[in-house]
Design a protein around this ligand. Structure first.
Ligand code: AMP
Ligand code: MG
Length: 401
């Protein structure tokens, strides 16, 4: 039985090198950048006003006070998006709005709230407070310098990064190709939803759970029909899924019972099993193998085991496949508000709920068939073998959503 780190290292080592494709920026959210992106522009691209107000020479307003305003001649108005043809000279000002280009000659903007225009003197502006040179100006390139790095290869395209790339005028970005992942659920007891349950049957839930986390990991799920616990049917289903997909994730049929056919069927079709069994709870019977250039992730059928092994061992592989640098779940610091007990000999990834105050509690029963505690959980805490983590222990919470 492999230790978790060894299993993960072997999975990551088998992931094919990423290949890239160009996608429109409006379809790039959640994708992994394939190349470093440098800025084609300065940002801002020109000096501009941070306020609705008036461009002036700061020296002109040095003595301004509410009771003794400085009177400047209004030389023009520049709406955002337009340019001022003239120049701000001593004794004059120009009406600006947030984002209006700063006219030549001006070195500050006084905000509108510090000014007054008398009804019978609309060609004049009364400045009621001094401004520092540079005040209320957004300088060219203060955000981004032309040629500087906006994002690195391997970084995830978050909303913020997409906004930055859009702001410098990019429309297309090179990203890692997304693996297409087939989802197979095995088990003769499984039933599709939509009909009343036959006696002894259960509704199948793993494919939908896994499709949800697969998409969050940037992969493209393809859901295949249910597979009965029959060797030939399992083999045929695997052949078809490998034919259409870059990787196949199965659930169930991977344990030691004589009705567990995944490993046998995979080897029959020419797949090479790299390892089977990892020393974690839940999820011990996890299997991993390669068929040609494609990968098999054999997850246990218990819904909790399937999800946890996916998060710990499959998600990182799918992210690395797209070229992601950081493939681990995000870690949030927490403090146990109750003890977590692991009486077993394998490390236990327990379902927990981390609250906004940083307190961590068990999300409910930790048995691997209990779905309500998965639904209630927002993270996992690793409890070492034969260990009790006492109330008050600081723990890293592996976060997923
Ligand atoms: P197995 O790994 O095939 O032995 O399945 C372990 C347990 O998980 C059994 O109780 C199965 O009925 C259940 N199970 C397996 N696959 C699924 C699935 N796709 N959806 C819901 N429960 C499942
Ligand atoms: Mg089964």
């Amino acid at each position: 039985m492999l230790e978790f780190e060894e299993a993960l290292a072997r999975v990551l080592a088998a992931v094919p090198a990423p290949t890239s494709e160009n996608v429109l920026l409006n379809a790039a959210a959640g994708r992994v950048l394939a190349e470093r992106i440098r800025s084609p522009l300065d940002l801002p691209s020109f000096d501009n006003s941070a306020m609705d107000g008036y461009a002036l020479r700061a020296a002109d307003a040095a003595s301004a006070k509410p009771g003794a305003p400085v009177r400047l001649r209004l030389a023009g108005k520049v709406p955002a998006g337009e340019m001022f043809a003239g120049k701000v000279t001593a004794g004059t000002c120009v009406r600006l709005f947030t984002g209006s280009p700063l006219p030549l000659g001006a070195d500050a903007v006084v905000m509108q709230e510090e000014t007054r225009v008398e009804p019978n003197a609309t060609g004049e502006v009364l400045i009621q407070a001094p401004v520092e040179p540079g005040e209320n100006i957004r300088w060219r390139a203060e955000d981004v310098k032309q040629g500087s790095t906006l994002a690195e290869a391997g970084e995830l395209l978050t909303a913020g990064r997409i906004g930055l790339l859009a702001a410098v005028g990019l429309t297309c970005v090179p990203v890692g190709r997304q693996p297409v992942v087939g989802l197979l659920a095995t088990g003769s007891e499984l039933q599709e939803p939509g009909l009343p349950l036959a006696p002894g049957r259960i509704y199948e839930s793993n494919r939908l759970t896994l499709a949800a986390v697969l998409k969050r990991a940037g992969a493209v799920p393809v859901t295949f029909p249910l597979v009965a616990d029959v060797l030939a049917a399992t083999r045929n289903a695997l052949v078809e899924a490998f034919d259409q997909c870059d990787a196949v994730v199965t659930s169930g049929g991977i344990s030691v019972g004589e009705m567990d056919f995944i490993k046998h069927a995979f080897e029959q079709m020419g797949g090479e099993l790299y390892f089977w069994k990892v020393a974690i709870k839940p999820g011990r019977p996890f299997a991993f193998g390669r068929y040609r250039s494609k990968l098999l992730f054999g997850l246990p059928g218990n819904p909790v085991s399937a999800l946890v092994t996916f998060l710990l061992l499959v998600r990182p592989a799918l992210l690395r496949w797209q070229g992601a640098t950081d493939v681990s779940l995000s870690v949030h610091p927490g403090v146990l508000a109750e003890s977590l007990v692991n009486q077993g000999g394998r490390r236990h990834f327990m379902r927990v709920r981390l609250d906004l105050a940083g307190k961590v509690r068990s999300a409910g029963s930790q048995a691997s068939h209990i779905l309500s505690s998965v639904a209630a959980a927002n993270g996992l805490v690793e409890v070492p073998a034969n260990t009790t983590l006492a109330t008050g222990t600081a723990v890293p919470v592996l976060h997923w959503d």
